[in-house]
Design a protein around this ligand. Structure first.
Ligand SMILES: Nc1ncnc2c1ncn2[C@@H]1O[C@H](COP(=O)(O)OP(=O)(O)OP(=O)(O)O)[C@@H](O)[C@H]1O
Length: 360
């Protein structure tokens, strides 16, 4: 089902948690909400779930205005980080709970509940755990119980607030892939809050980025990564280093960086540059001492090394090809800047890729 959020404002005293949020989710879409702590993500989810209400603005689910619709009539499944499973109830009863608390008109009989819970436990692949208590299953299994409970009411919209927070990295990867498969199979619409950017990029069709109660970008993962709409987004995503500089005659100048004229199609004036790890090339220092020093190096996937290099007092994240035995803390190196993402002074919308000019 579609979800339309129109100019939603929510204030708590002097704090504006949401300052006019508009967002439309297509039916069947998986959307991730990203943003710093306090940017309004949970408030937005609570408003969709009917656990909180906007001061102004509208929420439409499947085209229907939700203003007067209480949480339990919205047909929305919610999974929060702490799962909130009932410890004194078996896994079976936890999942059945979602059905037993439905409004009387929609409440199934006992035989139906039995059948439905069995189906759900099969769906989340833990049929053998029905009679265990939450304390007797693993974190990943508890997560599946929480999902089964949320899915029990056959929601068309699934809201997930940091659902994988308590899982270790390996289980987390498994569970999220499985969740995306489940989302596709059921044809539901899902909205996920996460602090894990990699998770958002892997799972979501589109990513909404919140900054202080406003959506500053809503686009596909690859678009937000390669074409961040504002300096805030560029700084928030990835490991880019932010540096202030000047554009003069189509060339970016950043004090303290190794001399590397970067061509950029921006008007003259102050500019903000974001150097991403792939923009920073690190090679061993040659016969001369090099212009930088390795401050930190660690192995990364795909036979690469991640490192932090220091050049003229500026620390930059960089990627280098592995096999670099020389790349240890304190080693001298040569740092070359081959590009940057640059925002001009004319407004946040003016962004350009800078490219290294050919060597003189
Ligand atoms: N019940 C409340 N009373 C007062 N202030 C609140 C309440 N709920 C949220 N806020 C404030 O509203 C703002 C947004 O909070 P919210 O929980 O939506 O942020 P968030 O993006 O989910 O943060 P986090 O990533 O830390 O969970 C914060 O400044 C928060 O302190």
């Amino acid at each position: 089902m579609t979800v339309e959020i129109e100019d939603v404002v929510r204030r708590f005293g002097a704090t504006a948690a949401l300052e006019g949020v508009s967002l439309t989710l297509r039916a069947g879409e998986f959307v991730a909400l990203l943003g710093p702590s306090g940017s309004g993500k949970t408030t937005l989810l609570r408003i969709l779930a009917g656990l909180d209400f906007p001061d102004s603005g509208r929420v439409l689910i499947a085209g229907a205005d939700m203003a007067q619709v209480p949480a339990r009539r919205r047909g929305v499944g919610v999974v929060f980080q702490n799962y909130a499973l009932f410890r004194h109830m078996t896994v079976f009863e936890n999942v059945a709970f979602g059905l037993r608390v439905r409004p009387r008109r929609f409440r199934p009989g006992n035989a139906d509940i039995l059948r439905r819970v069995r189906e759900l436990l099969d769906l989340v692949q833990i049929p053998e755990l029905a009679q265990r208590y939450p304390d007797q299953v693993s974190g990943g299994q508890r997560q599946r119980v929480a999902l089964a409970r949320a899915l029990a009411i056959e929601p068309q919209l699934l809201l997930l607030d940091e659902p994988f927070g308590a899982l270790d990295a390996l289980v987390r990867k498994d569970v999220r892939r499985w969740l995306r498969g489940l989302h596709d199979r059921l044809g539901i619409t899902s909205l996920l809050i996460t602090h894990d950017q990699e998770e958002a990029m892997e799972l979501a069709d589109r990513v909404a980025i919140l900054e202080r109660g406003r959506v500053v970008q809503f686009d596909t993962p690859s678009a937000v990564m390669t074409r961040p709409a504002t300096p805030f987004v560029a700084g928030f995503l990835g490991d880019a280093t932010r540096l202030e500089g000047q554009v003069a005659a189509g060339v970016l100048h950043v004090a303290r960086l190794p001399r590397a004229p970067l061509r950029v199609a921006l008007a003259d004036g102050p500019a903000t540059a974001f150097l991403r790890p792939r923009d920073v090339v690190v090679t061993p220092a040659g016969r001369d001492a090099g212009n930088g020093v390795i401050r930190h190096a660690s192995a990364a996937p795909d036979a690469q090394m991640r490192c932090v290099v220091e050049v003229n007092g500026v620390q930059l994240d960089a990627l280098a090809t592995n096999g670099a035995g020389w790349m240890v803390r304190g080693a001298a190196c040569q740092v070359t800047i081959r590009g940057a993402l640059v925002f001009g002074a004319a407004g946040p919308g003016v962004m350009a890729e800078a490219e290294a000019a050919p060597a003189e």
